[in-house]
Design a protein around this ligand. Structure first.
Ligand code: SF4
Ligand code: SF4
Length: 434
């Protein structure tokens, strides 16, 4: 393998396991299941399912048509931070959520062997509908032995003998991808992917010809969380992926919940007015608007969306089904406004302000804890973090000298927000309203 040119490598990999060979490896039971999902077979148009209105796109050069939205399970790795009650509730409702997605024409579930027992929950909930679903499962690439152990466990948990889309999470190495190729030749995985936040690593894997698909965070408000350069390089990556026949699953399409909770809680009249415009215009809420924005990019194949309740599944599918009913220019304008306003509230953790605070307050940490509580709704987790700070670093030590705000390049209202954090995260509430 190491002697091959990159192009040969990809060509060989692509041709090395044909559909036919894959069926041979995996047994007759797979025929007519992975390659022709019954839900799609009912429609003459493989891009559309008339019974539900769901739309589908081809994943790169593979023979897989993915529904425009599927369930992403990353929130399963976070739910425990909400406390045992919500964590158990999330797990109990997994089956209802996943089956509702399938009922509505969705056809993929995206999770990772490291996200608690989400793979097992997925298998239990959907094994009887294997012919309607593509499993998109991630693993952490380590030694071949560990990778094989992870794969075998995932197969057992899913109660299946193959995984449609198997991806490396965070990083990939020449050796790791060579191992995946072996698993592919054994018929245990069909296509290989990489999930990463750094476009340069995706580009490396594409250039090497290692991947059939990639997973990349992408959303309109990404400029707030990452900066304009990240969006530009993401767009460049998507173009490159398309040119090389590599499919793209967009992850974090709803910004990891940063914005929506914030929007609901703010008292800012300008934001409330904008939220009203959103509703008058059509999308029920920002989730739908953001999802439509992502899917407006023709280079994106599909979005893996964290759907924690059946209602959220219905809402996200509705965003796909009704996507063409709204003028995208209007929606773009509203999202643009929203990004501008949200910008005022988001701390990039750049730490520019820190050396200017005479009290030595850990400003970015405090603002982070506030976001955990206020936006992510990780109540206890955020309180515990804040209460671990020594008293001399708590926000009440701030004397409003204003030096931090003078130096914040993003113009954040730091004093107001750290006091707000204190009021949220302790029982000792100073009189401040935000
Ligand atoms: S206003 Fe408060 S947080 Fe900002 S520099 Fe002064 S003491 Fe520190
Ligand atoms: S300077 Fe502004 S953006 Fe940077 S860490 Fe401080 S508050 Fe956050």
């Amino acid at each position: 393998m190491s002697n091959m040119s990159n192009t040969d490598n990809k060509k060989d990999r692509k041709s090395g396991i044909t559909r036919r060979e894959f069926i041979g490896y995996s047994g007759a039971a797979i025929v007519g299941s992975t390659l022709a999902k019954p839900g799609l077979a009912k429609s003459n148009d493989p891009h559309y399912k008339p019974e539900t209105g769901m739309k589908y796109r081809k994943l790169g050069s593979t023979d897989i048509m993915l529904s425009e939205v599927g369930v992403g399970m990353a929130s399963g790795s976070l739910s425990r931070q909400l406390g045992p009650f919500l964590f158990d509730k999330w797990r109990r409702e997994r089956g209802d959520c996943l089956n509702k997605l399938l009922d509505l024409g969705g056809n993929f579930i995206d999770t990772n062997v490291g996200y608690h027992n989400t793979v097992e929950l997925t298998g239990k909930a959907t094994k009887h509908r294997r012919d309607e679903i593509y499993y998109v499962i991630g693993h952490y690439p380590r030694s071949e032995k560990e990778m094989r152990k992870n794969l075998e466990k995932a197969l057992k948990d899913l109660q299946t003998d193959y995984i449609d889309l198997w991806f490396s999470y965070i990083n990939g190495t020449d050796e790791g991808f060579a191992n995946l190729r072996k698993f592919q030749e054994e018929g245990k995985i069909r296509y290989i992917g990489l999930s990463q936040h750094d476009p340069r690593l995706h580009e490396w894997a594409i250039r090497k010809g290692y991947v059939d698909f990639i997973q990349m965070p992408y959303n309109r408000l990404g400029m707030i969380k990452q900066g304009p350069a990240d969006i530009i390089s993401a767009e460049r990556l998507f173009k490159m992926a398309k040119e090389n026949g590599v499919g793209i699953i967009g992850i974090k399409p709803l910004t990891g919940n940063f914005i929506p909770y914030w929007a609901n809680q703010t008292n800012d009249p300008e934001i409330q007015e904008m939220m009203k415009k959103f509703k008058d215009y059509g999308p029920k809420n920002l989730y739908q608007a953001m999802l439509r924005w992502n899917l407006g990019n023709p280079n994106i194949t599909a979005c893996a969306v964290g759907m924690d309740t059946v209602e959220q599944v219905i809402e996200d599918v509705e965003a796909v089904v009704t996507r063409d009913q709204y003028a995208s220019a209007m929606q773009d304008e509203l999202l643009e406004d929203y990004a501008r306003l949200a910008d005022k509230d988001y701390c990039r953790l750049c730490t520019t302000c820190v050396p200017h605070c005479p009290k030595g307050l850990p400003i970015p940490d405090i603002l982070r804890f506030r976001m955990y509580y206020n936006n992510y709704q990780w109540g206890d987790y955020a309180k515990n973090l804040y209460n671990e700070l020594p008293d001399y670093q708590k926000a009440v030590r701030c004397d409003d000298c204003g030096r931090c705000e003078e130096h914040c390049p993003y113009g954040l209202k730091i004093v107001e927000n750290i006091y707000h954090a204190h009021s949220l995260l302790t029982d000792n509430k100073p009189s401040v309203s935000v």
